[in-house]
Design a protein around this ligand. Structure first.
Ligand code: NAD
Length: 477
């Protein structure tokens, strides 16, 4: 018997979890269920993380977690529990299959069958944010080589295992050359190891537009965290309803399964939510724990109910559907069809004990890192940038002021008076070409800033790695 931790969550969570477990139990799942409480009630009891130690212990012991959606209270310093769980448990791969069930579920895209593979641990979801001046807040976007390698390799191994033909990568590396640039670079490197699988890169804006318009040209799509969050909701929605897609969050020791949608407070407690997203997440879980027989029985019964026109309100259409049912009655309709195979929707047949073959990350040899200068960020509410430059010049040592930018745009030397400036200035001090800087030079510059009354809010060192510049130029530089 496999022990599985589950949580009913908030909003529609309890309704769709009850329906899901009822179906799994009726299909004779070989699972010993252990319930934990997480989410809104835990948050509001004063625990800002939304989860207590007993719940953590259960998940870490059982390693398999089926989770209904939860509500993150707005404001008040509450951190998203979903993000915390994915990161704390190292669930780096978020897999979200979205396919259409034409003509039984209305969609403009009858032939779509796309799997979104979303990086789950880093990017802007590091949640490292600061207010730095009166006018400016910032959020750090962290992209790492191990993070990119793990998720991109996962996408290719997934494609290989499930006999998919193409992996597409979505980034915005024309703008974010370091962060998204690294993701794209690692994609290029890893795709070489899989010559049998087609690979392609899209700039996210046009890629997302094409995915929304012509999803059938995509197969597996891999992308950084934030893009994956947004694009997978769009992809599920255009397949018929956001209530249809399930997802798995896979790590090297634990795995969490859920619906992709949220707790839908607008329809909570009305017994009208579609339990299909969570049920399909549970089917992914059954595949993961080696119960393909049960997974197959459930997904085929589900397809029979959909084919028979037994639909919840979100997918109900008078010209297609036969009966509009609530959450509970939909679960009963699936249970009634356990053991049947769909006539029109392609029946699923899962292969026993398939496992992704993922090598662990090996750290690369250390590059030769050379200090070239420093970006000093300054809070200054003056208007004439030449005045700021004059103050900064007095902070020079062997590192010299080479540029000032405001929101990334070069405003000194030779800025335009049309450029709008805030009170947040990035002041770049660099050594001359061919030379390297010392940490002492930076300390010297900062100490002069203190003496000269320049309000330094942070610094970023400028490095070259094996002779390659590891920092972006100013826009207009
Ligand atoms: P949502 O996904 O909860 O709802 C968006 C819309 O889709 C609503 O109109 C809702 O009624 C509908 N919908 C969602 N699931 C449905 C289903 N199964 N059946 C029928 N209709 C369904 O998104 P939201 O309203 O932006 O977020 C609500 C709360 O959920 C927020 O507190 C958010 O933080 C949380 N959330 C949680 C998760 C998670 O736990 N994994 C994910 C996303 C959002």
């Amino acid at each position: 018997m496999q022990k599985v931790t589950y949580a009913k969550g908030d909003g529609i969570g309890p309704e769709i979890m009850d329906a899901t477990i009822k179906i799994l139990d009726a299909a004779n799942v070989r699972v010993d269920w252990e319930e934990i409480k997480i989410g809104e009630k835990v948050y509001l009891s004063g625990n800002t993380s939304g989860i207590d130690k007993v719940a953590w212990d259960s998940i870490r012991k059982n390693k398999i977690f089926l989770k209904a959606p939860i509500t993150t209270p707005q404001g008040g310093g509450y951190k998203s529990l979903n993000v915390t769980m994915r990161k704390t448990l190292g669930l780096y791969a978020n897999v979200r299959p979205c396919n259409s069930f034409h003509p039984f579920i209305k969609t403009k895209h009858p032939n779509m069958d796309v799997v979104i593979i979303r990086e789950n641990e880093e990017d802007l979801y590091a949640g490292i944010e600061h207010q730095q001046t009166n006018e400016v807040v910032q959020c750090l976007k962290l992209i790492t080589r191990p993070g990119c390698e793990k998720i991109i390799r996962y996408a290719f191994e997934y494609a290989k295992l499930y006999n998919r033909k193409k992996v597409s990568c979505f980034t915005k590396d024309n703008i974010m050359k370091q962060t998204d640039g690294l993701f794209h670079q690692v994609f290029k490197e890893i795709s070489q190891e899989y010559p049998e699988i087609e690979s392609e890169n899209w700039i996210i804006d046009i890629g997302a537009a094409r995915l929304a318009d012509t999803p059938e040209i995509f197969d597996v799509v891999v992308m950084p965290n934030l893009y994956g969050d947004i694009v997978s909701d769009i992809t599920a929605q255009i397949s018929g309803s956001v209530g249809l897609a399930g997802s798995s969050n896979i790590g090297s020791s634990c795995a969490m399964f859920e619906a992709i949608h949220g707790s839908a407070p607008d329809i909570a407690g009305k017994n009208i939510a579609n339990p299909s997203g969570l049920l399909r997440g549970a089917v992914m879980m059954l595949n993961h724990i080696g119960q393909q027989d049960v997974a197959e029985k459930i997904i085929n019964a589900w397809a029979c109910a959909i084919e028979d026109g037994i639909h919840t309100a979100d997918i109900y259409k008078e010209d297609i559907s036969r009966e509009k049912v609530g959450t509970d009655a939909f679960a009963d309709a699936v249970i009634k069809r356990l053991g049947l195979r769909p006539k029109y929707i392609k029946p699923e047949s899962f292969t026993k004990d398939i496992k992704l073959n993922l090598p662990s990350y090996t750290r690369k040899p250390k590059a030769n890192k050379v200090l070239k200068g420093v970006d000093v960020f300054v809070d200054w509410d003056g208007e004439k940038v030449d005045e700021l430059a004059k103050k900064l010049k007095s902070m020079e040592s062997d590192i010299k002021l080479s540029m000032i930018t405001n929101r990334g745009i070069k405003v000194w030397p030779e800025g335009f008076e049309e450029t709008f400036c805030t009170d947040h200035w990035r002041c770049r001090f660099e050594v001359e070409n061919g030379h390297s800087a010392k940490k002492e030079s930076i300390l010297n510059t900062l100490s002069k800033a203190l003496d000269g009354g320049v309000d330094v809010i942070k610094t970023e060192n400028l490095y070259e790695f094996d002779g390659v510049r590891g920092y972006s130029l100013g826009q207009g530089q």
